[in-house]
Ligand binder design. Structure first.
Ligand code: AMP
Ligand code: GLY
Length: 421
Protein backbone atom coordinates (compact mmCIF):
# COMPACT_ATOMS: atom_id res chain seq x y z
CA UNK A 1 0.00 0.00 0.00
CA UNK A 2 1.19 3.47 -0.85
CA UNK A 3 1.80 6.45 1.39
CA UNK A 4 -0.93 8.70 2.68
CA UNK A 5 0.30 12.22 3.29
CA UNK A 6 -1.38 15.23 4.86
CA UNK A 7 -0.18 18.66 3.73
CA UNK A 8 -1.09 21.64 5.93
CA UNK A 9 -1.78 25.00 4.26
CA UNK A 10 -3.82 26.47 1.44
CA UNK A 11 -1.59 28.46 -0.89
CA UNK A 12 0.32 28.02 -4.13
CA UNK A 13 3.26 26.64 -2.17
CA UNK A 14 1.10 23.90 -0.69
CA UNK A 15 -0.38 23.19 -4.12
CA UNK A 16 3.14 22.73 -5.51
CA UNK A 17 4.20 20.54 -2.55
CA UNK A 18 1.05 18.42 -2.84
CA UNK A 19 1.36 18.12 -6.63
CA UNK A 20 4.97 17.02 -6.35
CA UNK A 21 4.10 14.46 -3.64
CA UNK A 22 1.18 13.24 -5.70
CA UNK A 23 3.51 12.40 -8.57
CA UNK A 24 5.82 10.35 -6.35
CA UNK A 25 5.46 6.70 -7.36
CA UNK A 26 4.66 5.33 -3.88
CA UNK A 27 2.07 7.88 -2.87
CA UNK A 28 -1.51 6.69 -2.69
CA UNK A 29 -3.27 9.78 -1.35
CA UNK A 30 -2.41 13.42 -0.72
CA UNK A 31 -4.74 15.33 1.59
CA UNK A 32 -4.44 19.09 1.97
CA UNK A 33 -6.00 20.99 4.88
CA UNK A 34 -7.57 23.44 4.43
CA UNK A 35 -6.34 23.47 0.81
CA UNK A 36 -8.24 25.32 -1.90
CA UNK A 37 -10.63 24.20 -4.64
CA UNK A 38 -8.04 24.72 -7.40
CA UNK A 39 -5.97 21.85 -5.99
CA UNK A 40 -8.74 19.33 -6.68
CA UNK A 41 -7.91 19.61 -10.37
CA UNK A 42 -4.73 17.70 -9.64
CA UNK A 43 -6.43 14.98 -7.64
CA UNK A 44 -5.42 16.45 -4.30
CA UNK A 45 -7.98 15.65 -1.62
CA UNK A 46 -9.18 18.83 0.08
CA UNK A 47 -9.92 18.56 3.81
CA UNK A 48 -12.03 21.30 5.34
CA UNK A 49 -10.09 21.80 8.59
CA UNK A 50 -8.39 25.00 9.74
CA UNK A 51 -4.61 24.93 9.98
CA UNK A 52 -4.92 26.33 13.51
CA UNK A 53 -7.04 23.42 14.75
CA UNK A 54 -4.23 21.03 15.69
CA UNK A 55 -6.51 18.62 17.57
CA UNK A 56 -8.86 18.19 14.59
CA UNK A 57 -5.93 17.73 12.20
CA UNK A 58 -4.39 15.10 14.47
CA UNK A 59 -7.62 13.18 14.72
CA UNK A 60 -8.09 13.37 10.92
CA UNK A 61 -4.56 12.03 10.42
CA UNK A 62 -5.21 9.19 12.87
CA UNK A 63 -8.53 8.13 11.43
CA UNK A 64 -7.22 8.23 7.86
CA UNK A 65 -3.95 6.36 8.56
CA UNK A 66 -1.82 9.26 7.42
CA UNK A 67 1.85 8.18 7.29
CA UNK A 68 3.29 11.64 7.77
CA UNK A 69 2.45 15.33 7.62
CA UNK A 70 4.07 18.13 5.64
CA UNK A 71 3.58 21.60 7.15
CA UNK A 72 3.67 24.42 4.58
CA UNK A 73 3.14 27.80 6.31
CA UNK A 74 5.02 29.50 9.14
CA UNK A 75 2.09 30.27 11.43
CA UNK A 76 1.25 26.67 12.45
CA UNK A 77 4.98 25.90 12.77
CA UNK A 78 5.48 28.81 15.13
CA UNK A 79 2.39 27.66 17.03
CA UNK A 80 4.01 24.26 17.58
CA UNK A 81 2.05 22.03 15.20
CA UNK A 82 5.03 19.72 14.63
CA UNK A 83 5.46 19.21 18.39
CA UNK A 84 1.74 18.45 18.66
CA UNK A 85 1.74 15.88 15.83
CA UNK A 86 4.84 14.21 17.23
CA UNK A 87 3.33 14.05 20.70
CA UNK A 88 0.44 12.17 19.06
CA UNK A 89 2.88 9.76 17.42
CA UNK A 90 2.52 11.12 13.88
CA UNK A 91 5.73 12.13 12.09
CA UNK A 92 5.58 15.71 10.80
CA UNK A 93 8.08 17.40 8.50
CA UNK A 94 8.94 20.88 9.69
CA UNK A 95 10.75 22.55 12.60
CA UNK A 96 9.63 22.36 16.21
CA UNK A 97 8.13 25.43 17.83
CA UNK A 98 11.51 26.24 19.36
CA UNK A 99 13.36 25.95 16.03
CA UNK A 100 10.69 27.90 14.11
CA UNK A 101 11.71 30.98 16.10
CA UNK A 102 14.37 31.46 13.45
CA UNK A 103 11.51 32.88 11.40
CA UNK A 104 9.12 33.87 14.19
CA UNK A 105 11.47 36.37 15.76
CA UNK A 106 13.86 38.47 13.71
CA UNK A 107 15.63 39.28 16.97
CA UNK A 108 16.21 35.55 17.69
CA UNK A 109 17.63 35.07 14.17
CA UNK A 110 19.86 38.13 14.45
CA UNK A 111 21.28 37.14 17.83
CA UNK A 112 22.03 33.64 16.57
CA UNK A 113 23.86 35.03 13.54
CA UNK A 114 25.91 37.43 15.64
CA UNK A 115 26.88 34.71 18.15
CA UNK A 116 28.04 32.45 15.32
CA UNK A 117 29.62 34.99 12.97
CA UNK A 118 27.08 34.37 10.22
CA UNK A 119 27.15 37.23 7.71
CA UNK A 120 24.14 39.56 8.00
CA UNK A 121 23.41 43.29 8.03
CA UNK A 122 24.55 45.20 11.14
CA UNK A 123 21.54 45.94 13.35
CA UNK A 124 20.09 47.04 16.66
CA UNK A 125 16.83 46.15 18.37
CA UNK A 126 14.60 48.69 20.15
CA UNK A 127 11.39 48.63 22.12
CA UNK A 128 11.21 52.39 22.70
CA UNK A 129 10.49 54.79 19.86
CA UNK A 130 12.74 57.64 21.11
CA UNK A 131 15.82 55.43 21.20
CA UNK A 132 14.97 54.03 17.75
CA UNK A 133 14.59 57.55 16.33
CA UNK A 134 17.92 58.62 17.77
CA UNK A 135 19.63 55.56 16.29
CA UNK A 136 18.13 56.23 12.84
CA UNK A 137 19.27 59.89 12.93
CA UNK A 138 22.72 58.76 13.90
CA UNK A 139 23.01 56.08 11.20
CA UNK A 140 21.42 58.11 8.39
CA UNK A 141 19.62 56.75 5.32
CA UNK A 142 19.09 54.45 3.49
CA UNK A 143 18.17 52.28 6.44
CA UNK A 144 15.89 49.28 6.94
CA UNK A 145 13.17 49.13 9.61
CA UNK A 146 11.52 45.82 10.51
CA UNK A 147 8.74 45.00 12.92
CA UNK A 148 9.91 42.05 15.05
CA UNK A 149 7.79 38.93 14.69
CA UNK A 150 5.56 37.86 11.83
CA UNK A 151 4.04 40.50 9.57
CA UNK A 152 3.52 38.39 6.41
CA UNK A 153 6.40 40.06 4.56
CA UNK A 154 4.83 43.46 5.02
CA UNK A 155 6.53 44.64 8.22
CA UNK A 156 9.65 45.88 6.42
CA UNK A 157 10.41 49.43 5.26
CA UNK A 158 13.48 50.22 3.21
CA UNK A 159 13.62 53.94 4.03
CA UNK A 160 15.41 56.16 1.53
CA UNK A 161 14.66 59.38 3.43
CA UNK A 162 14.63 60.29 7.12
CA UNK A 163 10.92 61.13 6.83
CA UNK A 164 10.11 57.62 5.58
CA UNK A 165 12.12 56.12 8.40
CA UNK A 166 10.35 58.20 11.05
CA UNK A 167 6.95 57.36 9.57
CA UNK A 168 7.80 53.65 9.67
CA UNK A 169 8.67 53.98 13.37
CA UNK A 170 5.42 55.86 14.05
CA UNK A 171 3.48 53.13 12.22
CA UNK A 172 5.02 50.52 14.48
CA UNK A 173 5.05 52.29 17.84
CA UNK A 174 2.12 54.71 17.68
CA UNK A 175 -0.31 53.32 15.10
CA UNK A 176 0.56 49.79 16.22
CA UNK A 177 0.10 48.74 12.58
CA UNK A 178 1.64 45.32 13.06
CA UNK A 179 -0.05 44.60 16.38
CA UNK A 180 1.94 42.34 18.65
CA UNK A 181 4.59 41.93 15.96
CA UNK A 182 5.48 45.61 16.22
CA UNK A 183 6.13 45.82 19.95
CA UNK A 184 9.79 45.66 19.03
CA UNK A 185 11.71 46.92 16.04
CA UNK A 186 14.90 45.73 14.36
CA UNK A 187 16.81 48.49 12.56
CA UNK A 188 19.30 47.29 9.96
CA UNK A 189 22.09 48.46 7.74
CA UNK A 190 20.92 48.73 4.09
CA UNK A 191 22.55 46.05 1.94
CA UNK A 192 23.09 46.53 -1.76
CA UNK A 193 23.11 43.74 -4.34
CA UNK A 194 20.86 41.17 -6.00
CA UNK A 195 18.63 39.07 -3.80
CA UNK A 196 18.30 35.33 -4.07
CA UNK A 197 16.59 32.57 -2.11
CA UNK A 198 18.55 29.50 -1.09
CA UNK A 199 16.32 26.80 0.37
CA UNK A 200 17.66 23.58 1.87
CA UNK A 201 16.28 20.41 3.37
CA UNK A 202 17.75 20.23 6.85
CA UNK A 203 17.91 17.57 9.56
CA UNK A 204 19.95 18.75 12.51
CA UNK A 205 23.45 19.42 11.18
CA UNK A 206 22.78 17.84 7.77
CA UNK A 207 21.91 20.10 4.86
CA UNK A 208 20.70 19.19 1.34
CA UNK A 209 20.50 22.40 -0.69
CA UNK A 210 18.06 23.06 -3.53
CA UNK A 211 18.74 25.14 -6.64
CA UNK A 212 18.43 28.87 -5.93
CA UNK A 213 15.54 31.08 -7.03
CA UNK A 214 14.81 34.78 -7.24
CA UNK A 215 11.55 36.25 -5.98
CA UNK A 216 10.03 39.64 -6.93
CA UNK A 217 8.72 41.23 -3.73
CA UNK A 218 7.34 44.53 -4.97
CA UNK A 219 3.82 44.66 -6.36
CA UNK A 220 4.52 46.40 -9.67
CA UNK A 221 6.84 46.27 -12.68
CA UNK A 222 10.32 47.70 -12.18
CA UNK A 223 10.30 46.76 -8.47
CA UNK A 224 7.89 49.60 -7.70
CA UNK A 225 5.02 49.67 -5.23
CA UNK A 226 4.58 48.05 -1.84
CA UNK A 227 6.25 44.87 -0.58
CA UNK A 228 4.15 41.75 -1.08
CA UNK A 229 4.50 38.07 -0.29
CA UNK A 230 6.10 37.68 -3.76
CA UNK A 231 4.79 38.31 -7.29
CA UNK A 232 6.79 35.76 -9.28
CA UNK A 233 10.04 33.83 -9.31
CA UNK A 234 12.44 31.85 -11.45
CA UNK A 235 15.16 29.27 -11.08
CA UNK A 236 18.08 29.02 -11.81
CA UNK A 237 19.39 32.57 -11.30
CA UNK A 238 22.25 32.76 -13.82
CA UNK A 239 23.59 36.16 -12.73
CA UNK A 240 24.39 34.79 -9.26
CA UNK A 241 27.64 32.82 -9.75
CA UNK A 242 27.79 29.31 -8.30
CA UNK A 243 30.81 30.41 -6.24
CA UNK A 244 28.53 32.85 -4.40
CA UNK A 245 25.97 30.09 -3.78
CA UNK A 246 28.73 27.82 -2.50
CA UNK A 247 30.00 30.57 -0.22
CA UNK A 248 26.48 31.13 1.11
CA UNK A 249 26.16 27.43 1.88
CA UNK A 250 29.50 27.28 3.70
CA UNK A 251 29.27 30.59 5.58
CA UNK A 252 25.52 30.89 6.18
CA UNK A 253 23.34 27.81 5.75
CA UNK A 254 25.55 25.04 7.17
CA UNK A 255 26.79 27.13 10.13
CA UNK A 256 23.19 28.08 10.92
CA UNK A 257 22.12 24.42 11.01
CA UNK A 258 25.09 23.65 13.30
CA UNK A 259 24.33 26.68 15.49
CA UNK A 260 20.69 25.64 15.92
CA UNK A 261 21.78 22.11 16.90
CA UNK A 262 24.47 23.35 19.30
CA UNK A 263 22.06 25.71 21.02
CA UNK A 264 19.51 23.02 21.71
CA UNK A 265 17.01 23.99 19.01
CA UNK A 266 17.95 21.58 16.19
CA UNK A 267 16.13 22.37 12.96
CA UNK A 268 14.38 19.80 10.79
CA UNK A 269 12.46 20.95 7.75
CA UNK A 270 13.10 23.43 4.96
CA UNK A 271 15.41 26.26 5.93
CA UNK A 272 14.93 29.25 3.63
CA UNK A 273 17.79 31.74 3.52
CA UNK A 274 16.88 35.09 1.97
CA UNK A 275 20.23 36.45 0.82
CA UNK A 276 21.81 39.46 -0.86
CA UNK A 277 24.92 39.07 -3.00
CA UNK A 278 26.86 42.12 -1.78
CA UNK A 279 30.34 43.25 -2.84
CA UNK A 280 31.59 41.65 0.37
CA UNK A 281 29.97 38.31 -0.36
CA UNK A 282 26.52 36.91 0.40
CA UNK A 283 24.72 38.23 3.48
CA UNK A 284 21.53 37.13 5.20
CA UNK A 285 18.39 39.26 5.06
CA UNK A 286 16.11 36.73 6.72
CA UNK A 287 15.54 33.09 7.51
CA UNK A 288 12.24 31.36 7.02
CA UNK A 289 11.39 28.06 8.64
CA UNK A 290 9.59 26.67 5.56
CA UNK A 291 9.45 26.65 1.78
CA UNK A 292 9.13 30.07 0.12
CA UNK A 293 6.06 31.12 -1.81
CA UNK A 294 6.38 31.59 -4.84
CA UNK A 295 9.89 30.04 -4.85
CA UNK A 296 8.55 26.51 -4.27
CA UNK A 297 6.45 26.69 -7.43
CA UNK A 298 9.61 27.22 -9.52
CA UNK A 299 12.03 24.99 -7.59
CA UNK A 300 10.03 21.77 -7.06
CA UNK A 301 9.32 21.33 -10.81
CA UNK A 302 13.11 20.95 -11.18
CA UNK A 303 13.27 18.03 -8.74
CA UNK A 304 13.96 14.81 -10.66
CA UNK A 305 14.07 12.42 -7.69
CA UNK A 306 11.13 11.04 -5.72
CA UNK A 307 10.01 13.87 -3.40
CA UNK A 308 8.00 11.71 -0.99
CA UNK A 309 10.90 9.24 -0.69
CA UNK A 310 13.27 12.11 0.14
CA UNK A 311 11.07 13.43 2.94
CA UNK A 312 10.40 9.91 4.25
CA UNK A 313 14.15 9.34 4.47
CA UNK A 314 14.71 12.58 6.38
CA UNK A 315 11.95 11.64 8.83
CA UNK A 316 13.35 8.10 9.24
CA UNK A 317 16.89 9.23 9.90
CA UNK A 318 18.23 7.62 6.72
CA UNK A 319 20.08 9.30 3.86
CA UNK A 320 17.68 11.07 1.46
CA UNK A 321 18.34 11.47 -2.23
CA UNK A 322 17.48 14.72 -3.98
CA UNK A 323 18.50 15.22 -7.62
CA UNK A 324 17.71 18.23 -9.78
CA UNK A 325 17.30 19.03 -13.43
CA UNK A 326 20.30 21.25 -14.18
CA UNK A 327 19.43 21.67 -17.86
CA UNK A 328 16.21 23.64 -18.06
CA UNK A 329 14.76 26.70 -16.37
CA UNK A 330 11.49 27.35 -14.56
CA UNK A 331 9.64 30.65 -14.26
CA UNK A 332 6.35 31.50 -12.55
CA UNK A 333 4.16 34.61 -12.52
CA UNK A 334 1.57 35.36 -9.84
CA UNK A 335 -1.89 36.55 -10.77
CA UNK A 336 -3.09 38.72 -7.87
CA UNK A 337 -6.33 40.44 -6.91
CA UNK A 338 -6.69 44.10 -7.79
CA UNK A 339 -5.59 46.17 -4.79
CA UNK A 340 -3.18 43.58 -3.36
CA UNK A 341 -1.45 43.90 -0.90
CA UNK A 342 -3.21 46.83 0.80
CA UNK A 343 -6.90 46.72 -0.17
CA UNK A 344 -7.67 43.41 -1.81
CA UNK A 345 -10.80 43.32 -3.98
CA UNK A 346 -12.16 39.76 -4.02
CA UNK A 347 -14.66 38.00 -6.24
CA UNK A 348 -12.96 38.23 -9.65
CA UNK A 349 -13.78 35.33 -11.95
CA UNK A 350 -10.84 32.95 -12.38
CA UNK A 351 -10.22 32.30 -16.06
CA UNK A 352 -9.90 28.75 -17.26
CA UNK A 353 -6.19 28.06 -17.67
CA UNK A 354 -5.11 25.09 -19.77
CA UNK A 355 -2.21 22.90 -18.60
CA UNK A 356 0.36 21.86 -21.14
CA UNK A 357 3.64 20.00 -21.37
CA UNK A 358 5.89 21.73 -18.80
CA UNK A 359 3.15 24.25 -18.01
CA UNK A 360 1.21 24.18 -14.76
CA UNK A 361 -1.05 26.39 -12.63
CA UNK A 362 -0.85 26.44 -8.86
CA UNK A 363 -3.88 27.89 -7.10
CA UNK A 364 -3.91 29.96 -3.91
CA UNK A 365 -6.63 32.50 -3.03
CA UNK A 366 -9.58 30.91 -4.84
CA UNK A 367 -13.03 29.84 -3.68
CA UNK A 368 -15.98 28.11 -5.32
CA UNK A 369 -19.08 30.17 -6.05
CA UNK A 370 -22.21 29.87 -8.21
CA UNK A 371 -20.30 31.48 -11.10
CA UNK A 372 -17.36 29.10 -10.78
CA UNK A 373 -14.02 29.77 -9.09
CA UNK A 374 -13.52 33.34 -7.88
CA UNK A 375 -10.64 35.14 -6.16
CA UNK A 376 -10.78 35.05 -2.36
CA UNK A 377 -7.53 36.72 -1.26
CA UNK A 378 -4.46 38.62 -2.47
CA UNK A 379 -2.42 36.09 -4.38
CA UNK A 380 -4.76 34.05 -6.55
CA UNK A 381 -2.64 31.66 -8.62
CA UNK A 382 0.72 31.22 -10.30
CA UNK A 383 1.38 30.04 -13.84
CA UNK A 384 4.64 28.08 -14.14
CA UNK A 385 6.56 26.99 -17.21
CA UNK A 386 9.64 24.76 -17.42
CA UNK A 387 11.57 25.10 -20.68
CA UNK A 388 15.12 24.60 -22.01
CA UNK A 389 15.90 28.31 -21.36
CA UNK A 390 14.63 31.06 -19.07
CA UNK A 391 13.65 33.14 -22.10
CA UNK A 392 11.44 30.35 -23.39
CA UNK A 393 9.92 29.82 -19.95
CA UNK A 394 9.14 33.54 -19.71
CA UNK A 395 7.67 33.57 -23.25
CA UNK A 396 5.47 30.57 -22.43
CA UNK A 397 4.05 32.06 -19.22
CA UNK A 398 3.34 35.50 -20.68
CA UNK A 399 2.08 33.99 -23.95
CA UNK A 400 -0.58 32.30 -21.85
CA UNK A 401 -1.33 35.07 -19.31
CA UNK A 402 -1.56 37.83 -21.92
CA UNK A 403 -4.38 35.96 -23.68
CA UNK A 404 -6.49 35.42 -20.54
CA UNK A 405 -9.44 37.53 -19.41
CA UNK A 406 -8.05 38.95 -16.15
CA UNK A 407 -10.56 41.56 -15.09
CA UNK A 408 -10.16 42.36 -11.39
CA UNK A 409 -6.73 40.73 -11.37
CA UNK A 410 -3.20 41.90 -12.18
CA UNK A 411 0.31 40.55 -12.68
CA UNK A 412 3.84 41.85 -13.19
CA UNK A 413 5.14 41.83 -16.75
CA UNK A 414 8.86 41.67 -15.92
CA UNK A 415 9.37 38.47 -13.95
CA UNK A 416 12.82 37.19 -14.90
CA UNK A 417 14.00 40.54 -16.32
CA UNK A 418 17.06 40.74 -14.08
CA UNK A 419 18.34 37.50 -15.57
CA UNK A 420 17.41 38.24 -19.18
CA UNK A 421 18.32 41.91 -19.69
P1 AMP B 1 12.21 40.63 4.71
O1 AMP B 1 10.76 40.55 5.09
O2 AMP B 1 13.15 40.69 5.84
O3 AMP B 1 12.55 39.58 3.68
O4 AMP B 1 12.38 41.99 3.90
C1 AMP B 1 11.58 42.27 2.77
C2 AMP B 1 12.41 42.90 1.69
O5 AMP B 1 13.01 44.12 2.16
C3 AMP B 1 13.59 42.06 1.26
O6 AMP B 1 13.23 41.11 0.32
C4 AMP B 1 14.52 43.11 0.70
O7 AMP B 1 14.14 43.48 -0.61
C5 AMP B 1 14.31 44.28 1.61
N1 AMP B 1 15.32 44.25 2.67
C6 AMP B 1 15.22 43.67 3.88
N2 AMP B 1 16.33 43.86 4.62
C7 AMP B 1 17.17 44.58 3.85
C8 AMP B 1 18.50 45.11 4.05
N3 AMP B 1 19.16 44.95 5.21
N4 AMP B 1 19.05 45.80 3.03
C9 AMP B 1 18.38 45.98 1.88
N5 AMP B 1 17.14 45.53 1.63
C10 AMP B 1 16.53 44.84 2.60
N1 GLY C 1 8.77 34.55 -1.14
C1 GLY C 1 9.18 34.92 0.14
C2 GLY C 1 8.70 34.09 1.23
O1 GLY C 1 8.14 33.02 1.04
O2 GLY C 1 8.86 34.47 2.38
Amino acid sequence: MGLKILVIGSGGREHAVSYSLKRSPNVEEVYCAPGNPGMSRDGIHIVDLAQSNHAALISFAQSNNVDWVFVGPEVPLIEGIVDDFEAAGIPAFGPSKAAAQIEGSKDFAKRLMVRHDIPTAAYQTFDQEEAAQAYVRNQGVPIVIKADGLAAGKGVTVALTLEEAMKALDDIFIENRFGQAGARVVIEEFLEGQEFSLMSFVRGRDVWPMPIAQDHKRAFDGDLGPNTGGMGAYSPVPQIPSSVVQEALETIVKPTAVAMAEEGTPFTGVLYAGLIATEDGPKTIEFNARFGDPETQVVLPRLTSDFAAGITAILNGSEPEFTWNHEGATLGVVLASEGYPDHVIKGAIIPDIPDGEGLHTYYAGVANSHVGMVSSSGRVLLVEATRPTLQEAQDSVYGLLDELPTEGLFYRHDIGAKALN
